[in-house]
Design a protein around this ligand. Structure first.
Ligand SMILES: [Zn+2]
Ligand SMILES: [Zn+2]
Length: 291
């Protein structure tokens, strides 16, 4: 009986000893920052302190944009032809207004114009000349992927850095580009239709092509959903291998300052003959009207 009494007391002492020991165990609380977009960088504005890691939080606060929605890098807009394109920034929105007049040579200029050259890519010139038009689109400054992608229609689906509009793979309603039509393109991948001068395909690798994207990582333009369209390659010279069916993916671009943003690429595959379409997929964001 006596033995049992001592044992119980000993156990009690031991229990108290270990409990107090646990309570006094040194704990260095550190600050954890929320990482809502899962990029390993934390939001400096949302933090908790704890000794142990917390799910969804990281131990650094270097994410200036943790919402998962990244603003379109404004430096991209420096690439646009300022003679034709006016960009205005208004809080959450960016408005792009263009006369549609490109800043490169073409066989579609009036012969009296300085930028006129003879057809040096296709085999004919369709009727019509480059004329001043008007293209206006307002896009979100932080475009997001929509729940559903949207098919594009006839007419402008984006505005190129040159100022001229980007069209899809259709020349007329439900009529994809054919070889005959393509033979009328200039080296810039454009021609004149009822709506004015516009591009369908990637520019060609000719001496006259000084600025347009050809098999590189250059900015091609901005699409109606606000996402940027780049050339076929990544910054490291490789072809992206993880593009979705619209040619888009999350990654760094020459303008994104290391931040991963959703952007489109010209898809590195032939469409008709050796022509490479600028944009033949659906828009993955919410399309805005280009009017
Ligand atoms: Zn066309
Ligand atoms: Zn990319």
């Amino acid at each position: 009986m006596k033995f049992l009494k001592y044992s119980v007391i000993t156990l009690l002492y031991l229990a108290i000893f270990f409990t107090s020991c646990n309570e006094e165990e040194p704990c260095t609380e550190i600050t954890w920052y929320q990482d809502a977009d899962g990029d390993g960088l934390g939001n400096p504005d949302i933090s908790l302190t704890s000794c142990d890691p917390i799910d969804g939080y990281v131990d650094n606060s270097s994410d200036v944009n943790d919402s998962g929605v990244t603003p379109t890098p404004l430096s991209a807009f420096d690439e646009f032809n300022s003679s034709s394109v006016t960009i205005s920034f208004d809080g959450d929105e960016i408005t792009i207004v263009s006369t549609g007049i490109p800043n490169h040579t073409s066989c579609y200029w009036e012969e009296t114009e300085d930028l006129y050259i003879e057809q040096n890519f296709g085999d004919h010139v369709t009727p019509g000349k480059i004329r001043e038009g008007s293209y206006t689109v307002t896009v979100s400054a932080s475009p997001e992927l929509a729940n559903q992608s949207s098919a594009t229609g006839l007419g402008a689906i984006g505005i190129a850095v040159t100022g001229a509009p980007i069209y899809n793979d259709q020349e007329r309603q439900n009529m994809p580009l054919d070889v005959e039509t393509a033979l009328g393109f200039d080296y810039a991948g454009g021609h004149v239709g009822p709506g004015g001068y516009h591009y369908h395909i990637e520019a060609a690798d000719v001496a006259e092509n000084k600025t347009l994207s050809y098999d590189d990582e250059s900015l091609v333009g901005i699409m109606a959903d606000g996402f940027l369209l780049y050339g076929r390659k990544e910054m490291d010279g490789s072809y992206p291998s993880d593009l979705d069916e619209s040619g888009g993916h999350f990654g760094v671009t020459p303008h994104s300052n290391g931040e991963e943003i959703y952007h489109y690429h010209i898809v590195n595959e032939y469409y008709v003959n050796s022509y490479i379409l600028l944009f033949g997929g659906d828009l993955k964001g919410t399309p805005n009207t280009i009017f």
